[in-house]
Design a protein around this ligand. Structure first.
Ligand code: TYM
Length: 342
């Protein structure tokens, strides 16, 4: 029987601290779930991270830790392409080209740019502005069909698609048009303290988010102090942002749907529910935490895996970049390219 070519998936995460439960439920778990059915490429987006000033030592450490997390969630470095964005120079090259096919007006409309400009008013650099174009390059280099992300990245994906369509409109079909893959439960995990805000690792209040490396004790405390409402029924309803958020988290960790959760806690109060959510999260994260600790003890293995990932990524991305440059009209020479790692 002829083997069908698998469709490609690409996604990335910034190494700006340990991922939160939001990153994990909204994105990383789907990365793992998709890795059997699709040809997957997953990156640590370290180039994106420097749109905000980073301490060099911390950036190095956090990049390695994030790489270890990707292996710890169960991704197989032989089967999927797992790499660091800065190891693969085609990303920055394609990003430059795509900058010239992106309108100033459309980049200005990105809500994340506006939010981050407000949050980092002292450093509104041009990289922050063209950030979504680099993201488009990440995706389009690999001809990705699907991009598993949380809901906050949807607008960036629409831009990537618009850029691809514009480029294809001028030069013929160069890029595959990517589709976002946004899970039904947990696409937007909210802060435990302000449940109308996204859970974010940059939150000044550490009780607002769960890091995937938090201890069981920390996790239980954070869930016990989660903000809810003055009602006492565990049910999914408008105006119950805190409980809705906890129900999403519990559903994502246990596989139970909202009706089953409502039945389970029918005669119980919020206290019991918060304890159950905390325990479900502790159980979900325990194996990941154990693997992260083991992997960080074997730097040579991490480096080998990163090198293997970068080499595979360079090969695939290099083909797209070549094609793109040829279409634009650059004078191409027969030299060994994309060879930083060989
Ligand atoms: P980043 O590093 O902020 O987040 C990584 C992934 O986690 C998702 N996410 C969430 N999902 C649910 N609830 C939350 N509270 C939550 N917080 C974060 C994000 O949607 C994302 O999927 N620009 C991207 C990284 C990136 C990228 C790419 C993504 C760079 N190049 C190419 C896809 C394709 C970012 O900053 O994600």
């Amino acid at each position: 029987m002829e083997q069908q070519k698998k469709q490609r998936v690409l996604s990335a995460i910034q190494p700006t601290g340990m991922p939160t439960l939001g990153n994990y439920i909204g994105a990383l778990r789907n990365w793992k779930a998709m890795s059997d059915e699709y040809d997957c490429a997953y990156a640590v987006a370290d180039l994106h991270a420097i749109t905000i000033r980073q301490d060099p030592k911390e950036l190095r450490r956090q990049s390695m830790e994030m790489f270890a997390v990707l292996l710890a969630i169960g991704l197989d470095p032989e089967k999927s392409i797992i790499f660091l964005q800065s190891h693969v120079n085609t990303h920055a090259q394609l990003a430059w080209l795509l900058n010239c096919y992106t309108q100033f007006g459309e980049a200005s409309r990105m809500t994340q740019f506006k939010d981050k400009s407000r949050a980092h008013a002292e450093n509104i650099n041009v990289g922050l502005f063209t950030y979504p174009v680099l993201m488009a390059a990440d995706i389009l280099l690999y001809q990705a069909h699907y991009v598993p992300v949380g809901a906050d990245q949807k607008q960036h994906l629409e831009l990537a698609r618009d850029i691809a369509e514009r480029f294809n409109g001028v030069y013929g079909k160069v890029f595959t048009l990517p589709e976002p893959f946004i899970g039904t439960v947990g696409a937007r995990v909210m802060s435990l303290q302000e449940p109308n805000q996204k859970m974010s690792k940059s939150d000044a209040n550490p009780r607002a988010y769960v890091s995937i490396m938090d201890t069981p004790d920390q996790i239980m405390k954070k869930f016990k102090s989660a903000v809810t409402d003055s009602d006492s029924n565990v049910r999914y309803a408008q105006g119950k942002d805190g409980i809705n958020n906890l129900m999403c988290i519990y559903s994502a960790c246990t596989g139970k749907d909202f009706a089953a959760i409502e039945r389970e806690f029918e005669c119980k109060g919020y206290g019991d529910f918060k304890t159950a959510v905390g325990e479900a999260v502790v159980d979900e994260l325990r194996p990941v935490q154990e693997r992260v600790i083991k992997l960080l003890d074997d730097k040579a293995y991490l480096e080998d895996c990163a090198k293997m990932g970068a080499q595979k990524a360079l090969r695939i991305g290099g083909r797209t970049l070549d094609k793109c440059m040829k279409k634009i009209g650059f004078w191409q020479m027969r030299v060994q390219k994309y060879s930083r790692l060989t």
